[in-house]
Design a protein around this ligand. Structure first.
Ligand code: BGC
Length: 498
């Protein structure tokens, strides 16, 4: 994900004073004056903070005697992917350009990715064999509309063929229409920072729904608008590399508006085609946030503020049209209900001790240093369900485990929290099906159930993939299954992750 920048302790102290002033600011302009961008760039840094008295990771004591649990009735287990990260063969996007300019850490090429565009039949066979029950996939806007207003009918036919084959295999598709990637022509005219460009996005959305609407009833308008806006417009680590709080706020606002417009458009388009079963949502990147010291009121205050800025306000705007800072006003953002399900992408928890957050000391972490905190998936789901009572789809959950040592355990522990949550969790899409191209991390971070040899593109199901297949078959996890697959130790924060 490459989400969070590095930071220095001295800056944290300075920003602490600034954030105090910011907390009383009521407008974006005033906030800009006190360098909110600096504060936020601190707020999301992943560097370790010294100390940490919060309980870290693992399941609550007293509940952990047995790992046995059953899946909820009707809950489907599937896998997720994003077009840019797997397809290859497209060099017409902002991300290809970012790679070309040298910003991908291991210099791996997104136009290679894992060649899924050519190998999708092989991947489908693997999915069938694993018993995958539903699949979240993306369509690549830069491929479908390589030039402004010019659609590539061959690319659309390709997606139709793939979706049709999935359908015939009994694997319904949840289709993502925007997942971090823009056609270069759109990026050059300002992407989502320009309000006028929303019409381009809607034109693409309409074209896709008209083209595959008979095959697909469920859509994700936008994947993780907060991550897109934060990384690209505040932190500057992702395209287009901007560093402005005002721009980030504008992008978030425009994306909220684009989602609300697309929500109506998709439903209307399918209705005109004779379908009434449409479901539309956003894939929200939701992180658990906790004060480092829960007894410290100031730290609790920071934890709430940072959470609201990063995810809470955007979720409210997109689901219900409520405008809360840093979302600005926009004629399309009006009160209403704009999602048929909550898409939840959950990976980790952030620990907040002031204006900066980090990863608590000695907690379990994955190979990218992200805290492993299974209870967080329940916490974030409860929050979105509190905003609007809609079914929950876990649209992404998974972990970077380059040697597949603890992925099975991670899956079991997160699934268990969901199944015991009492919430209407209808889907779980594991992120991701096969190892893929991980944005600025390139091919150095493996999240897949299926191993990919990036030289030969050969696929091999991992042990965690075999475990997932059994969970699907057995509709749950038994003690024996847990013992057979989930003995892997999580690395500890601060240890050499090798
Ligand atoms: C994104 C994925 C990404 C995953 C792991 C999510 O934020 O939607 O594209 O691969 O995190 O970093």
């Amino acid at each position: 994900m490459g989400l969070l920048p590095s930071i220095f302790a001295r800056k944290i102290r300075t920003a602490s004073r600034r954030l105090y002033r910011f907390s009383t600011a009521s407008t974006i302009e005033r906030a800009e004056k006190v360098s909110v961008e600096k504060i936020l760039s601190l707020a999301y840094n992943r560097n370790q903070l010294a100390g940490g008295i919060i309980r870290t990771g693992g399941l609550p004591p007293g509940r952990g005697d047995t790992m046995e649990f059953q899946l909820k009735d009707g809950m489907l287990l599937g896998a997720a992917s994003a077009a840019t990260q797997i397809e290859g063969g497209d060099d017409n996007s902002n991300w290809y350009d970012w790679y070309r300019r040298g910003y991908v850490k291991d210099d791996s090429d997104p136009s290679a990715a894992v060649d899924h565009y050519e190998r999708w039949r092989e991947d489908l066979e693997l999915m069938k064999d694993m018993g995958i029950q539903c699949y979240r996939m993306g369509v690549e806007w830069s491929r479908v509309e390589p030039r402004d207003g010019v659609f590539d009918e061959k690319a659309i036919a390709h997606y139709r063929e793939e979706i049709q084959a999935l359908k015939e295999a009994g694997i319904p598709v949840l289709l993502t229409l925007h997942h971090f990637n823009n056609p270069l022509w759109l990026e050059e005219r300002g992407g989502f920072a320009q309000r006028d460009n929303i019409t381009c996005y809607l034109r693409f959305v309409r074209k896709m729904v008209e083209s595959v609407g008979d095959l697909v009833s469920e859509y994700i308008t936008i994947n993780e608008p907060n991550v897109y806006a934060y990384n690209g417009y505040l932190e500057g680590a992702w395209p287009p590399g901007r560093k402005s709080f005002l721009e980030m706020s504008r992008v978030m606002t425009n994306m909220a508006a684009a989602h609300i417009e697309a929500y109506g458009l998709i439903r209307k388009t399918r209705l005109q085609m004779g379908y009434k079963d449409t479901r539309v949502g956003v894939a929200n990147h939701l992180r658990a946030f906790a004060p480092k010291d829960p007894k410290n009121p100031l730290q609790r205050f920071w934890a709430e503020r940072v959470e609201e800025l990063f995810q809470g306000s955007l979720t409210k705007a997109m689901c219900t049209g409520r405008v809360v800072f840093p979302i600005g006003k926009h004629p399309s953002i009006v009160p209403g209900e704009f999602c048929d399900f909550h898409g939840v992408n959950y990976y980790t928890r952030s620990t907040v001790s002031g204006p900066a957050d980090g990863v608590a000391e000695n907690c379990p972490v994955n190979d990218l240093g992200w805290e492993i905190y299974p209870e967080g998936i329940g916490e974030v789901c409860r929050k979105v369900y509190g905003v609007l009572k809609k079914p929950i789809y876990i649209t992404e959950n998974g972990t970077c485990d380059n040697r597949d040592r603890f992925r099975a355990r991670y899956i079991a522990e997160h699934l268990r929290v969901l199944c015991e949550s009492g919430l209407p969790v209808e889907r779980y899409y594991h992120w991701c099906f096969c190892d893929n191209w991980e944005w600025v991390e390139g091919t150095s971070a493996r999240f897949g159930l299926v191993h990919v040899d990036f030289e030969t593109q050969a696929r091999t199901v991992k042990d965690s993939g075999a475990f997932y297949k059994r969970v699907i078959q057995e509709r749950g996890v038994s003690e024996a299954l847990y013992e057979a697959f989930c003995g892997g130790e999580y690395p500890k924060n601060g240890e050499d992750q090798g």
